[in-house]
Design a protein around this ligand. Structure first.
Ligand code: TYD
Length: 204
């Protein structure tokens, strides 16, 4: 695969979408070919799945499988073709969100989630994953119009944050970013890490 696949993760209200956007803008300004996308809802069908996910109550396993359906569409229609075209793909959330929200947050078997991911990913995985880390109290303060998942409350966000810290130990692709600094400071740090990765990646 020729491109570079970067994902942004973090609890609700962490500021990850802002950071994903700032990185995309900076890469575009430097004339890097960049594709910006998100989960849930990175495709037309995914947009419909997103509406169901954010509004309907359901069993946690069903919830995971819907996220997985959205993800498979997203991989096949957007992510893989863009990477094959040599693009830098930035996704606001990806597989790690399911591991922590549905796994650590709602108790769906981590093993089951990993197996489904293995099946739908077919060898694809992010090259670099930024986890924007903020205390749950800070995250909750920043969320204004809450969707179904965001209404879960502070204990849920605590489990999610713990989950991110836990999984970050499993792979070198993870970079934990202290999300309590100013957006500009965070962006500068993320920019440096990305540039280093782009330069190293040229040997691949
Ligand atoms: P997101 O689009 O990041 O939130 P918003 O655009 O409203 O800021 O994500 C929507 C919600 O979906 C968020 O609470 C996290 C949750 N989510 C999961 O629970 N599992 C997943 O696999 C993904 C991708 C998101």
């Amino acid at each position: 695969m020729k491109g570079l696949f970067i994902t942004f993760e973090g609890i609700d209200g962490s500021g990850k979408s802002t950071q994903a956007t700032l990185l995309k803008n900076r890469l575009s300004q430097m004339h890097y070919p960049v594709v910006f996308t998100k989960e849930p809802g990175g495709t037309a069908l995914g947009g419909k799945i997103r509406k169901i996910l954010l509004n309907e109550d359901m069993n946690p396993v069903s919830e995971f499988l819907l996220f997985a359906s959205d993800r498979r569409e997203h991989i096949e229609k957007v992510i893989r073709p863009s990477l094959l075209n040599g693009k830098i793909v930035i996704s606001d959330r990806f597989t790690d969100s399911s591991l922590v929200y549905q796994g650590f947050g709602r108790g769906v078997s981590l093993n089951f989630i990993r197996q489904v991911h293995q099946y739908i990913l077919k060898g694809l995985k992010p090259d670099l994953t930024f986890i924007i880390d903020v205390p749950p109290e800070v995250g909750i303060e920043r969320i204004h119009k809450k969707d179904r998942i965001e209404r879960e409350g502070i204990d849920f966000l605590r489990r999610i944050r713990k989950g991110y810290i836990e999984i970050s130990k499993s792979d070198e692709r993870f970079v934990i970013v202290n999300g309590t600094g100013t957006p500009e400071k965070l962006n500068d740090f993320i920019w440096k890490v990305t540039l280093r990765r782009l330069r190293n990646g040229q040997e691949r």
